[in-house]
Write a protein that binds this ligand. Structure first.
Ligand SMILES: *Cc1c(COP(=O)(O)O)cnc(C)c1O
Length: 335
């Protein structure tokens, strides 16, 4: 399939009308200390499934051939929920393959859509192998979480909205995992707002795209627990689209540690009154720790709100939270 381009994004935007929310871009006047030229938040938390992944999943499901009777995917949670939602709207059966690292809150939300859950192995890559096997059957189609032109084009519709709403922004901060989101938005902004800097932000530990871009080719990563659980997982050694697009189109990739993500989640809650996942807080974390220089208007993508509420309430009340073998927050500072 061809690399997604601007016209593929515009086709996707047409397909999403009435199925996906055109999300607001909201000024955060409380953030002047980290973004003197102003910070704006693109609230993908307003999607019906609580995350932007509904865009790519809805576009991919809309593009399935007429013989489709079932879909299957692997996911760190939000893609699975989006695929389940989009499949239910088209009356297709859905199976979502998850690793054991996916939080209970995300599993329950997927099961509530009527999709079948398959918990396999301890990495998204292991879950992906199972999804591929299932897609061998007739009429069963795999919808990959990021490395697929229809998924990338769907996520890229965010870039079309940003180009319309704030073409003069200096930079946009995009949480980066498999890179479908960053790739799609970059395709839009490179064409429509060539001066806007496009910056990917990942966590310090287990960031497969960041490591792959440094190595110059896709590399394997051990998936480790992080507050930004939606950013876990590899990019696939046989990556066909997102690695090349991120390599060619992103201006910069920066990484933030768990303590910075924890602090940013707290600030988005207390100052912004927002419930956000760790993955959604990495842009603010990058600004607050000086990983990104900001003079003009900055846009940060708030990608999702599907948090484990016990972990979230502990985080925003400043209690310690266990991430794998480490404690953060509370009396245990840093790691
Ligand atoms: C999937 C996801 C991301 C990263 O998207 P990629 O396309 O995998 O880079 C960021 N934030 C949230 C909340 C997500 O669910």
């Amino acid at each position: 399939m061809a690399m997604p381009d601007l016209s593929a994004l515009r086709d996707a935007a047409q397909r999403l009308v009435g199925k996906v929310t055109r999300t607001p871009l909201v000024h955060a006047p409380w953030a002047g200390d980290v973004a003197p030229g102003g910070l704006w938040l693109k609230l993908e938390t307003a999607q019906a499934t609580g995350a932007f992944k509904l865009r790519g999943a809805t576009n991919a499901v809309a593009c399935l051939p007429a013989d489709a009777r079932a879909v299957v995917c692997c996911s760190t949670g939000n893609h699975g929920r989006a695929v389940a939602h989009a499949a239910a709207a088209r009356r297709l059966e859905a199976t979502v393959c998850l690793s054991s690292l996916v939080p209970e809150a995300k599993r329950r939300a997927i099961a509530a859509t009527g999709a079948r859950l398959k918990i396999t192995g301890d990495s998204q890559d292991a879950a992906g192998v199972v999804a591929k096997e299932m897609a061998q059957a007739d009429g069963v189609y795999e919808i990959p979480p990021f490395d697929h032109p229809h998924v990338i084009a769907g996520q890229g519709t965010i870039g079309l909205e940003l180009a319309w709403d704030m073409p003069d922004a200096e930079a946009v901060l995009i949480p980066l995992s498999g890179g479908g989101l960053a790739a799609g938005i970059s395709v839009a902004l490179r064409a429509l707002c060539p001066r806007m800097r496009v910056i990917g932000v990942s966590m310090e530990n287990g960031a497969a795209m960041a490591a792959s871009l440094k190595a110059g080719h896709p590399v394997d990563m051990v998936e480790v627990p992080t507050l930004a659980d939606s950013l876990g997982g590899g990019i696939g050694l046989d990556n066909s689209y997102t690695f090349a697009l991120c390599r060619d189109l992103l201006d910069e990739v920066v990484q933030v540690d768990e303590a910075a993500i924890y602090a940013a989640m707290r600030r988005l809650y207390w100052d912004g009154r927002l419930i956000t996942e760790g993955a959604a807080a990495v842009g603010l974390a990058a600004l607050a720790t000086g990983r990104v220089s900001a003079r003009g208007k900055i846009i940060s993508l708030i990608t999702g709100s599907n948090v484990d509420m016990a972990q979230f309430t502990a985080t925003v009340t400043g209690k310690e939270v266990k991430i794998g073998d480490h404690w953060i927050g509370g009396t245990h500072h840093g790691e």
